[in-house]
Design a binder for this molecule. Structure first.
Ligand code: M6R
Length: 608
C-alpha cells in the first residue's frame, strides 16, 4: 500500500506545498519515503528522500517546487527497502518520463530482464522502475506518442497498479491508469486532482470521480477524459459529491482503522499469496536442515509462532519451540551455530524480540524472520526475511497482520511438507490451490458475520469476564480472540485448551457466563462437544464459531458465528479468527471505548 497524488492546475503556484499537504492526508497508506515529480521550465524535476513526510519536508525546500503540474508519492516498501533510490517517482534513462505507482507488478522480473537486454539502466530495486523504462522504449524506439506508449505498457503489466505519469513530452497533463489498486479524481474549478484516496483533496473539493479497473485517464487543468485501456472505448462518468468528514474519509468511510483493517484482510492476504518470495525456499531448507529451531515473538505474533511450531512438527517432523521474546533468557544457553531463530513481528521494532535476536546472533544462530515492515530493525538483523505484505496497520490491535503472520507460517509449513516428503507432489499442489482460496473465504466470513458480531456484542459488552476455548491449531484462534477482547474491550478473557478448562478454570463459571468455543469440523469436533456440555451444565452461555450447517453444535449454543462451507480444514485458523476480531471490535464500540487507541497500549512496544 502506498499513497499517490497528482495535481494539474491553471495557475503556476508553489505546487510542492500542495502535493505535500495532500500526501500528509495519505500517510496512513505508507510512510517510509516521499517523493515529488514536477514539471517546470519544460523539465521533469524530481525531489525525493527516505523518511516520513514531516522529516523529508524539513530537509527539502518544498516551497521551491513550483509549476502547474506535479505528482507525489508516499511509500510503503514492498520491493527494495526504504531508501532515497527506492523512493518514487522513478524515471526512464533520459529523465523525461516520471512515474509513481501503488501496487505490485508480478511480472516485473521478466520485464526488467528484457529492458536490461535493451540497454536500459536501473537506479532502484523497485518493481515500479520498469514502467518509465518500458514507456521510454515505446516512445523512443517504437515511435509511439506518449499516451499510446503508456497504454501499450499497462496492457503488459500483471498484478496490481495505480500509476500516474508526467513527462516534459506532454507537459500539461497527467496520465493515470489503474487495475486493482484505488485511484480517484477530484474536481476543482482551477485545479484537478488524482489520488489513491479521497482524503488527499477533501479540503479542496468534494466533487469526485471513482475510477474502475482497466481505466486510463488523461487529466488536464480543464478536465478529465476516461477510456478503457483494453478496448480504447470512451467512458462517460459523471462526478458525485462525497459527504464524508475528512477524518472518516481517511478510514475509507469506516468509523475506525481497526474495522477498516479487518475489512482489508481479503486484500492483504491476496497480496501475500500473490507475491512469490525467493526467500521462502531458502528459509524452508534452512529450517529443514537445522538441529535446533526457536520461534520468537511477542503478543499476537506469538500466537502465530505457535501455529508455526505446530506446522514444523507436522510437516518437517521436527520439534521446535515457540518462545515469548521477553523469556528468551531461559533458552539462551542452548543457542549456537546450529540454531535457527525464527522471529515474527508486525513492526520489526519490538524491543523484547530485538534483544533476543541480538543475543542469539552473538552466539552464532541464523535469523530467519517474518516481518511486515520492510527495512525495520528486525529485518536488518536477519539472514533471510519473509515479508508479510499486509500494508500499514494503524489500529493498535493487530488484525490483518495476525492473519498475514499465520498465512506466512502456512507458506513455510507447506514447503517443509514438500521437502520432507510428508506431502507428495499432488497433495502439495492441491494444498496450494486451497491456500489460494483463503482470501475469498475470509471475505465471505466477514460479510456473513459482521452484523451478527454487532448483535452479540450488545450482550457481551455487559460481561466482566469470559473464556475462549479451542483445541489443536485453533487453540491459537482462542488465544488471539481472547487477547483482542482484553486489549480493546477491557473484558477479562482467558483462553485455554478446551480439554484443560475442566482442570480448574471451570470453577469460575456461573449462570450466563460467556464461553467462546472454536469448533471447526475437524478431529477436534466431537471432543469440543463434550467440553461445551461440561460448561453448559454449569450455566455457561456458549458462543460458537462453527462451520455453516453444523446443527449439532449450533443447538448447544446461545450465539453462533458461521464460517462458509468450502474452506479447507487445513487453514481453518485464518477464517475462524475473523468473527472474534469483529466481536471484540463491536464489544469495544458498545462499551464506548476507542478500539484504535486502547488505554496503556502502543502500536509498537520499543521498551524492555
Ligand atoms: O510488532 P510486533 O508484531 O512485534 O508486536 C508484538 C505485540 O506487541 C503485538 O502483537 C501486540 O500484542 C498487539 N497489540 C496485539 O494486538
Amino acid at each position: 500500500m502506498c499513497g499517490i497524488v497528482g495535481i494539474v492546475q491553471k495557475q503556476e503556484t508553489k505546487i510542492g506545498k500542495a502535493i505535500i499537504e495532500a500526501l500528509t492526508k495519505l500517510e496512513y497508506r505508507g510512510y517510509d519515503s516521499v517523493g515529488i515529480a514536477s514539471i517546470y521550465d519544460n523539465k521533469v524535476i524530481i525531489t525525493k528522500d527516505q523518511g516520513k513526510i514531516s522529516e523529508v519536508s524539513e530537509r527539502i525546500d518544498v516551497n521551491s517546487i513550483k509549476g502547474k503540474i506535479a505528482i507525489g508519492h508516499t511509500r510503503w516498501a514492498t520491493h527494495g527497502p526504504p531508501s532515497k533510490e527506492n523512493a518514487h517517482p522513478h524515471v526512464d534513462c533520459s529523465g523525461d518520463i516520471s512515474v509513481i505507482h501503488n501496487g505490485i507488478i508480478e511480472n516485473f522480473q521478466r520485464l526488467k530482464e528484457e529492458l536490461l537486454e535493451q540497454g536500459h539502466v536501473f537506479q532502484s530495486e523497485t518493481d515500479t522502475e520498469i514502467i518509465p523504462h518500458m514507456i521510454e522504449q515505446q516512445v523512443k524506439k517504437e515511435g509511439l506518442a506518449l499516451k499510446e506508449a503508456i497504454i501499450q505498457v499497462v496492457k503488459r503489466l500483471e498484478g496490481t497498479f495505480a500509476i500516474c505519469v508526467v513527462s516534459n513530452l506532454n507537459p500539461d497533463r497527467i496520465y493515470c491508469a489503474k487495475r486493482d489498486s484505488p485511484l480517484v479524481i477530484g474536481i476543482n474549478t482551477d485545479r484537478m486532482f488524482c489520488a489513491s484516496d479521497i482524503p488527499a483533496f477533501l479540503n479542496k473539493t468534494r466533487k469526485v470521480v471513482l475510477l474502475h479497473d482497466d481505466e486510463f485517464v488523461t487529466l488536464t487543468s480543464e478536465g478529465y477524459d476516461i477510456i478503457n485501456f483494453n478496448t480504447l472505448e470512451k467512458v462517460i462518468r459523471k462526478p458525485h459529491i462525497v459527504s464524508w468528514k475528512p477524518e472518516m474519509a481517511q478510514k475509507a468511510g469506516f468509523p475506525h482503522f481497526m474495522l477498516k483493517e479487518i475489512h482489508e484482510q481479503p486484500h492483504s492476504l491476496a497480496d501475500y499469496v500473490r507475491i512469490k518470495q525467493p526467500s521462502l525456499t531458502r528459509i524452508a531448507e534452512k529450517i529443514y536442515n537445522a538441529e535446533k529451531i526457536f520461534l520468537l515473538a511477542a503478543g499476537t505474533a506469538h500466537y502465530s509462532t505457535l501455529t508455526g511450531e505446530h506446522l514444523i512438527r507436522r510437516f518437517a517432523k521436527k520439534s521446535s519451540s515457540s518462545i515469548i521474546a521477553s523469556e528468551f533468557e531461559s533458552v539462551n544457553s542452548l543457542i549456537d551455530e546450529d540454531t535457527i531463530i525464527l522471529p515474527v513481528s508486525q513492526s520489526g521494532e519490538t524491543m523484547d524480540t530485538i534483544m533476543a535476536i541480538k543475543s542469539a546472533k552473538e552466539q552464532g544462530a541464523s535469523i530467519l524472520s517474518a516481518v511486515n515492515v520492510i527495512g525495520s530493525t528486525i529485518t536488518r538483523h536477519s539472514d533471510e526475511v519473509l515479508y508479510l505484505y499486509a500494508g500499514p496497520e494503524i489500529g493498535v490491535a493487530a488484525t490483518k497482520t495476525y492473519t498475514a503472520q499465520t498465512i506466512a507460517m502456512w507458506d513455510i509449513g507447506l514447503e517443509l511438507g514438500k521437502l520432507s516428503g510428508e506431502i507428495n507432489n499432488s497433495e502439495y499442489s492441491e494444498a496450494r490451490k486451497l491456500y489460494q482460496q483463503i482470501p475469498n473465504i475470509v471475505k465471505q466470513t466477514i460479510v456473513r458475520n459482521e452484523a451478527r458480531a454487532n448483535h452479540v456484542a450488545s450482550w457481551f459488552a455487559k460481561k466482566n469476564s469470559s473464556f475462549y476455548l479451542g483445541r489443536g491449531l485453533n487453540l491459537q484462534t482462542a488465544n488471539e480472540g481472547a487477547l483482542k477482547m482484553k486489549e480493546i474491550a477491557y473484558i477479562h478473557s482467558e483462553s485455554y485448551p478446551a480439554g484443560e478448562s475442566k482442570h480448574g478454570p471451570i470453577a469460575l463459571v456461573e449462570e450466563d457466563y460467556p464461553v467462546v468455543f472454536i469448533t471447526p469440523q475437524d478431529y477436534t469436533h466431537n471432543r469440543i462437544i463434550g467440553n461445551i456440555m461440561e460448561m453448559k451444565a454449569r450455566g455457561a452461555a456458549a458462543t460458537v464459531v462453527i462451520e455453516e450447517g453444523d446443527r449439532e453444535i449450533e443447538e448447544l449454543s446461545k450465539w453462533k458465528f458461521e464460517i462458509p462451507q468450502g474452506y479447507s480444514e487445513m487453514f481453518s485458523t485464518i477464517p475462524y479468527v475473523i468473527p472474534l476480531q469483529l466481536l471484540a471490535y463491536y464489544t469495544a464500540v458498545r462499551r464506548n471505548l476507542s478500539p484504535d487507541m486502547p488505554r496503556n497500549l502502543s502500536k509498537s512496544v520499543t521498551v524492555l
